[in-house]
Design a binder for this molecule. Structure first.
Ligand code: ADP
Ligand code: SF4
Length: 684
């Protein structure tokens, strides 16, 4: 039964002409599926509605090729042919009693129009965001008129697709109305520039146009960034942010408030706690009678209820928490709050958008697979196989595998060599800023404790004979991986010469508490979080760090998780010496011999030791031995890092996938896809 403290979260809220059944609001978020994988997108959204989200929105939705977001894959409503794909989402969301929202977007200088080759529009002449060699041109009055017509027409198409809430997008320093708002982007001298009243004009007109076009049937929402978190260089809440809000307070039916840019809106847990946007939201509700939604990676129902009670928000906005657990509202409703699969704030989901691929999630391995593989986050197929399953290793892969096998009804033994469950996650979540990552373990250990058919054996390092003695029918080897200590990785394809000359350490050593000499060279050829996080950890232990990377910047893959600039800034603030574009050539007793990756010019870096963060080696000895064993078990399957070292998300996915599919007939393992429909091709 639901805890009465959370009743307030299940109250309906009137939003203009529509009414949402509760306060759970999935704000617009990208997903790497959009117009390219429309059924996958629709199914993913439908599952959130099924899981209790009262409102489920699209990602940004292009309204015209005059502003298209390629290579990023978003929704699209360029013309009426785009309606059926989005109608599919609306129908599916409606079937569960939820409202569907669409974030109409025209992104001006933030979209270089790589596909359409249209010249981007902006308030004033300006280079586009990013490094494309493209300049946006200042819009004429005729352009502004055309934009208003495009937006109006798209709103009508959105209504016809079945949407209940239609956005005017002025967020993230992406939407053109936001560009008009901000002084640094708007140098116009006409009625759309100068005083704030004029800079707000376009946003006001778009809200009015949308209301006029669809307001009888659809709610009009505005997504507004009230602060850019760059001080006086950008919009701040106290300078003009609140003023803009006040000027338009009663105009839309709903305010969706956040901060810009996206990296500030979706900060990872390494850099900000749950609820980090509250200071920007507080007080806004007093300025309007319209409902306000905001975000802050909310996963705690107490925090959510408190935000509503304290009058900060009317609706609890979520992107990532709804990705990690599409059934979060239902779990609160049913008194199952301890079953919530809490977002860990890693932003692996964001990487889907950045790499133009279907989104994935560390906590929710079914994310992005709902339609194409038919996976449901809360349901697994009943077992087809008979016999007992043995899972060896309780890292993220083994825990997830045991959880799914147990849920499928198999009798499962999970054996872990150490006392601690969680494998690499147990170690990594003790590193600076990564404490929330332990939720990967917490969720699964808790779920396993509810399954009467899964037994966990700690301090049970299994050898081949132990496995044979257990006589399990299906053995899943999830023994993980270890970091290499010879430098082999992306750049070095042979062991580093001179390893005997200097103390050499690996991330495993540091996480196990090894004492490192100072100064130490951290050689990061991994390019994700590990090198920088260990540098932080060493600094905290009083070790001087010289960070060397073959890449041009620190941890470049973290551009995909919106963290790169924060990571590099943090290392600089900690006085880490950063040496980019250099690789290691050899170790000497007095330091490392490095070379510039462009010129080959040598550079000697004095150091007392080196920490190699390069690549990992699968721990597959047990698997190989079991394969070679003539008395073998029925089925031995390698999963997770033991199969191929990767992200935690990949390990969880691997454990989930093999547990779900190991006994499926081949025909059932189809991955569905959608094909481009061919247009007429007239003879030349
Ligand atoms: P993954 O990311 O694939 O889950 P991890 O490295 O996080 O891999 O976890 C592997 C786990 O397997 C560790 O907790 C480790 O202690 C355990 N392990 C390794 N070898 C054995 C073994 N022979 N028997 C039982 N557990 C093992
Ligand atoms: Fe949260 Fe990470 Fe999943 Fe994104 S990928 S929803 S940040 S757990």
């Amino acid at each position: 039964m639901r805890d009465p403290r959370y009743d307030i979260l299940f109250e309906p809220v009137q939003i203009g002409p529509v009414r949402t059944r509760n306060r759970f609001y999935q704000v617009p978020h990208c997903n790497g599926m959009g117009h390219v994988h429309p059924s996958a997108m629709a199914r993913m959204r439908a599952i959130k509605a099924e899981g209790g989200w009262g409102v489920v929105c699209t990602e940004e939705c292009e309204i015209s090729p005059l502003s298209e977001f390629s290579p990023y894959i978003e929704a699209r409503l360029w013309d009426k042919r785009d309606i059926p794909a989005l109608a599919r989402m609306c129908d599916a969301v409606h079937r569960h009693g939820s409202l569907a929202g669409v974030e109409l977007a025209f992104n001006g200088y933030s979209a270089p129009n790589r596909t359409s080759r249209e010249i981007p529009w902006a308030p004033s002449n300006t280079p586009v965001r990013g490094y494309d060699p493209v300049q946006a041109r200042a819009m004429s009055r005729a352009d502004i008129k055309q934009l208003r017509e495009l937006h109006r027409a798209a709103a009508l198409r959105a209504r016809d697709a079945g949407f209940d809430i239609i956005y005017v997008y002025a967020g993230h320093d992406l939407g053109l109305p936001f560009h008009f708002l901000t002084q640094r982007n708007n140098r116009r001298t006409d009625e759309y520039g100068g005083a704030l009243f004029n800079r707000v004009r376009l946003l006001r007109e778009l809200i009015e146009d949308t209301r006029d076009a669809v307001g009888d049937r659809c709610a009009v929402a505005v997504r507004l960034a009230v602060d850019e978190q760059q001080g006086c260089a950008g919009l701040t809440r106290d300078s003009e942010g609140v003023e803009v809000f006040s000027m338009l307070a009663e105009l839309p039916d709903l305010w969706d408030i956040n901060v810009a840019d996206w990296a500030n809106d979706s900060v990872t847990s390494r850099f900000a706690p749950e609820g980090y946007q509250e200071a920007f939201l507080t007080g806004l509700k007093a300025l309007t009678s319209k409902p306000v939604v905001g975000v802050g990676r909310f996963t705690s129902p107490d925090t959510m209820a408190s935000l509503v009670r304290r009058g900060v928000l009317d609706l609890i906005g979520a992107a990532r928490p709804s990705i990690a657990d599409p059934f979060l509202p239902n779990k609160i409703d049913q008194g199952r709050t301890d079953e919530i699969r809490e977002c860990i704030g890693c932003n692996v989901c964001v990487s889907g958008d950045h790499t133009s691929t279907p989104m994935r999630c560390t906590q929710n391995p079914t994310m992005g697979e709902e339609w194409r593989r038919g996976w449901h986050p809360e349901q697994v197929p009943v077992r087809r196989a008979e016999g007992r399953a043995l899972v060896i290793g309780a890292g993220p892969a083994g825990l997830e595998c045991a959880r799914v096998l147990g849920a499928r009804g198999l009798e499962v033994m999970l054996a872990e060599a150490t006392r601690t469950l969680g494998g690499r996650v147990a170690s990594e979540s003790r590193l600076p800023g990564l404490a929330s990552w332990s939720r990967v373990v917490d969720y699964r250990v808790d779920a396993l404790s509810r399954l009467g058919n899964v037994e966990i054996y700690r301090e049970s390092r299994l050898e081949v004979q132990d496995v044979l003695d257990i006589e399990a029918s299906h053995v899943f080897v999830a023994t993980g991986s270890r970091w290499r200590n010879d430098g082999l990785g992306r750049v070095l394809r042979q062991p580093l010469p001179g390893l005997e000359n200097l103390p050499v350490f690996t991330p495993d050593d540091v996480m196990a508490g090894a004492v490192l000499p100072s100064p130490v060279v951290v050689f990061d050829d991994d390019h994700y979080y590990m090198g920088s996080v260990l540098a932080e950890s060493l600094i905290a232990r009083g070790v001087e760090v010289l960070y060397v990377t073959p890449a041009a910047d620190v941890a470049p893959w973290t551009h995909n998780t919106l963290e790169q600039h924060r990571i590099q800034r943090r290392l600089l603030e900690l006085d880490v010496t950063i040496i980019t574009s250099h690789t290691l050539c050899s170790l000497t007793p007095y330091g490392v011999q490095a070379a510039c990756t462009y010129t080959g010019r040598p550079r000697f870096i004095p150091a007392a030791g080196v920490l190699l963060v390069t690549s990992r080696e699968p721990e597959q000895g047990l698997f190989d031995a079991l394969q070679a064993e003539p008395r073998g078990v029925q089925q031995v399957i390698q999963i997770g890092d033991c199969l191929a070292p990767g992200t935690i998300a990949a390990a969880v996915y691997s454990g989930h996938r093999f547990a779900r599919e190991f006994d499926a007939p081949p025909g059932l393992l189809r991955m569905r896809r959608e094909l481009v429909a061919l247009e007429d091709w007239p003879a030349p």
